[in-house]
Design a binder for this molecule. Structure first.
Ligand code: NAI
Ligand code: MG
Length: 357
């Protein structure tokens, strides 16, 4: 049966980098006989310009009908002045995540040996780094009710948010993480603040319960403040980390930067059936949009993740990842990962090189 892929180029460098991922997808589609049917739609600022809203009904319907979604990036200064927050490009992404229930955010942080110099950490601390952060994406303190900002009696201002998870929300993200750990090195570290926050006492309980279903995976627990410290001190002690929305937001950005190269990092946001949206970790880079110099590799690696996690095509994913490593071996570099003695290439040249590899 044909599998439907929805492609959302978005804004800024989005269309440029997605075009390169598309070349790679078209090739593996043919080589591996994947039967992928690809369709494009508007989201973010591009959708606002064309239709007045960041997530047109047509795009949402196509997203719901798709087996997987590949996104470039959304946003840009020309839309940031709109006082109506509903008409911001980011609302397009949040709308897809919420409507599709994409609660499982997978963010690998991989340091390619060819780019070891890009990290701000010592080579012996980060060389060979390959960790995966699994972040809960649709619950926790970012979504808890009640929330607000008010002035109390006596004129004192007060802001408040509610940190809440129920056991079902914890269990489903826990399963995503245990499955991912099972497919990797069978080591999972759950990060919480169970010494202070009751909600994470429950988090720890549920992770321990789940662990009985995954006897092959070694589960450990760590407080978030220590996890932040350990990520910088000795990141290679981790394999898969699972945590809630806010802790995951912060830790995954820190982990990403251990590799030093924003143009290299893919991500996935999954629902309970492994349907997902795949996108680079970086944004729309308006400062370099339209110049043909953006690094397309994070988007190409996102396409590989899509094949692995949503389409069950691990062999095709492996092939793409090997091709990326090969072009780095050849010394090809876009500006963001450039170093002395390497060959500087543009967006399309990099995409073509991956296709050739
Ligand atoms: P950004 O990630 O777009 O850019 C940060 C810096 O990294 C810039 O100097 C940019 O040129 C560079 N950069 C990013 N991706 C690159 C690539 N593939 N190749 C080479 N260099 C690259 O983050 P920034 O500047 O904070 O945000 C720009 C816009 O992107 C904003 O409108 C923001 O809201 C949006 N954004 C969208 C995201 C998404 O669609 N998921 C995520 C993050 C930001
Ligand atoms: Mg963030």
């Amino acid at each position: 049966m044909a599998k439907k892929i929805l492609i959302l180029p978005g804004d800024g460098i989005g269309p440029e980098i997605v075009a390169e991922a598309r070349k790679v997808l078209d090739l593996v589609n043919e080589q591996f006989n994947l039967g992928l049917e690809m369709q494009e739609a508007l989201v973010g600022g591009a959708a606002i310009d064309a239709t007045g809203i960041p997530l047109p009904a047509e795009t949402l319907e196509a997203a719901q009908a798709a087996d997987a979604i590949l996104l470039g990036a959304v946003g840009g200064p020309q839309w940031d002045t709109n006082p109506d927050f509903q008409i911001r490009p980011e609302k397009g992404l949040l709308g897809i995540r919420a409507n599709l229930g994409l609660f499982g955010n997978l963010r690998p942080a991989i340091l390619y040996p060819q780019l070891a110099h890009a990290s701000t950490l010592k080579p012996e601390v980060v060389s060979g780094l390959d960790i995966l952060i699994v972040r809960e994406l649709t619950g926790g303190i970012y979504f808890g009710q009640p929330r607000g900002y008010r002035t109390k009696e006596g004129g004192v201002r007060e802001g408040f948010n509610t940190y809440v998870y129920d056991e079902n929300e914890i269990r489903r993200i826990g399963r995503v993480a245990f499955e991912a750990a099972r497919a990797r090195n069978k080591k999972l570290c759950s990060v919480d603040k169970a010494n202070v926050l009751e909600v994470t006492v429950l988090w720890r309980e549920v992770m321990n319960e789940l662990s009985a279903e995954y006897p092959d995976v070694e589960l450990s627990h760590m407080y978030v403040d220590n996890a932040a410290m350990q990520l910088v001190r000795a990141p290679k002690q981790f394999d898969v980390i699972v945590t809630g929305n806010m802790f995951g937001d912060i830790l995954s950005d820190a982990a990403a930067m251990l590799t030093g190269s924003i143009g290299m990092l893919p991500s996935a946001s999954l629902d309970a059936n492994n349907k997902g949206m795949y996108e680079p970790c970086h944004g729309s880079a308006p400062d370099i949009a339209g110049q043909g110099i953006a690094n397309p590799l994070a988007t190409i690696l996102s396409a590989a993740m899509m094949l692995r996690y949503s389409l069950g095509e691990g062999a095709a994913a492996d092939k793409i990842e090997a091709a990326v490593s090969q072009v780095l071996d050849q010394g090809l570099r876009t500006g963001d990962i450039m170093s002395e003695g390497m060959q500087r290439v543009g967006t399309a040249e990099m995409g073509d090189a991956v296709v050739a590899a």
